[in-house]
Design a protein around this ligand. Sequence first.
Ligand SMILES: Nc1ncnc2c1ncn2[C@@H]1O[C@H](COP(=O)(O)OP(=O)(O)OP(=O)(O)O)[C@@H](O)[C@H]1O
Ligand SMILES: [Mg+2]
Length: 233
Amino acid sequence: LLRSHGQNDLWQLAAALARRGIKPAVLESLFATLEAGTARAALVRIAASVEVANLLNEIESSTSRISDLVRAIKEYTYMDQGPVQNVDIVKSLETTLTILNHKLKHGVAVQRDYQRVPFLVNSFGSELNQVWTNLIDNAIDAMGGKGELRVRTYREDTCVVVEIGDNGPGISPEVKPHIFEPFFTTKGVGEGTGLGLDTVQRIVKKHRGNIQVNSKPGDTRFQVWLPLAEASA
Ligand SMILES: Nc1ncnc2c1ncn2[C@@H]1O[C@H](COP(=O)(O)OP(=O)(O)OP(=O)(O)O)[C@@H](O)[C@H]1O
Ligand SMILES: [Mg+2]
């Protein structure tokens, strides 16, 4: 602020301060009660402290963003844990959403509908996160980065069901039979490898689960069933 005004245009400086929330009345009374030289010095000091306060705010919010992300990465990879854990499904979905925030924040509204579900015992937590990542990634791609992502959890008999839905154009009947095939993709070269859903299916099978898709234009849902009682494969 100071630099951009070269410290010499008092009124511009005052206007800039006003834009940053310093009341014009305060500045006016400053000019009224102090002689010009002192007022100038006072303004310069006010400008400097406003600048510092803004910087501090920024630093605070970016460090909390960074530490949120570091925590999410640790949780996402289950860094401090063994390969097999008892997985809190809702937490694992939230961790994945945090990791994918950079893709979501430009226009994807996330609708959450979480029924509380028991921990999934003896599961491969970081692999399950890959399942959510691939399904959410596909949903974001299908919606062209803008739309509604619906994340649900509920219990059905002895299973936890996770549903990832989007309001994109849907999967056409010609494409649908092939989506789980390795290397099948409708995306351009360099955009998709076609391995996402193949990986998803492998991991779901490893957990003795099941995956299904229902799709019509504006409403595509991938549902993953994971059995509660089964131990790891
Ligand atoms: N939510 C969805 N809406 C519409 N089409 C989808 C959706 N999810 C998957 N598909 C279709 O299934 C195809 C295969 O998906 P898959 O995740 O296996 O590969 P990919 O996304 O194309 O590439 P990769 O995941 O390897 O980057 C996609 O190319 C797309 O045509
Ligand atoms: Mg994919």
